[in-house]
Design a protein around this ligand. Structure first.
Ligand code: 5GP
Length: 204
């Protein structure tokens, strides 16, 4: 059966657990494809080029913007992040569910281009827990932690008007199950089943 492709945005403040949630989705063999973003930020310990991000210089990034190779891009803190266009277009045409782990600004731009995008905001259980998680991961210096906390407040404020779903990441497994439920329900919408339904009706 051929499905319609579907874009799923996963946003949430730094430290909300987006990467862990995505890793769990993959571990459970959930049928999704993740877009690998391009960024000018330096790799953290354990991150691999081409898997976690495509790590590039600012010069290369801005060239990709100029050549219209990115579906969207945004500046987050002191770095640029963007979604490469070609792979996403290909996966959507093949009927895949594509996950974009992007910030609220990027999400806004994607919704304008693809209005039927599903957007999920991962919320920490509290700001205190968010701050603790950010400090515990130890990958950012104090200045960056404070910058990310400030951005987090703005992102959480925007979530209530701009996102379709909110998932609280208190217990990881519950959060992952909630996301699977949302994606599965969205897949079954009649409006997303036009390709399958037209195949069925051809034989009626
Ligand atoms: P981090 O540096 O913690 O990996 O990411 C910082 C922020 O950039 C996160 O909110 C993350 O979701 C966002 N981000 C990652 N990739 C992209 C992208 O391709 N586009 C946009 N707009 N944001 C992104």
């Amino acid at each position: 059966m051929k499905n319609n492709g579907m874009l799923v945005i996963l946003s949430g403040p730094a430290g909300s657990g987006k990467d862990t949630v995505i890793a769990e989705l993959f571990k459970s063999n959930f049928d999704i494809t993740k877009s690998v973003s391009m960024t000018t930020r330096a790799p953290r310990d354990g991150e691999t080029d081409g898997i976690d991000y495509i790590f590039v210089s600012e010069e290369v990034f801005l060239k990709s913007v100029k050549n219209e190779e990115l579906l969207e891009f945004a500046r987050y803190g002191i770095n640029y992040y963007g979604t490469p266009k070609a792979p996403v277009d290909k996966w959507l045409s093949e009927g895949e569910t594509v996950i974009l782990k992007i910030d609220v600004e990027g999400a806004d731009n994607i919704r304008k281009m693809y209005p039927d995008t599903v957007s999920i905001f991962i919320m920490p259980p509290s700001m205190q827990i968010l701050e603790k998680r950010l400090r515990n991961r130890g990958s950012e210096d104090e200045e960056d932690v404070l910058r990310r906390l400030k951005i987090a407040v703005r992102e959480i404020e925007r979530c209530k008007d701009e996102y379709d779903y909110v998932v609280i990441n208190d217990d990881l497994q519950d959060a992952v199950d909630d996301i699977k439920t949302i994606i599965n329900a969205e897949r079954h919408k009649v409006s997303r089943s036009s390709i399958f339904l037209s195949e069925v009706f051809k034989n009626v």
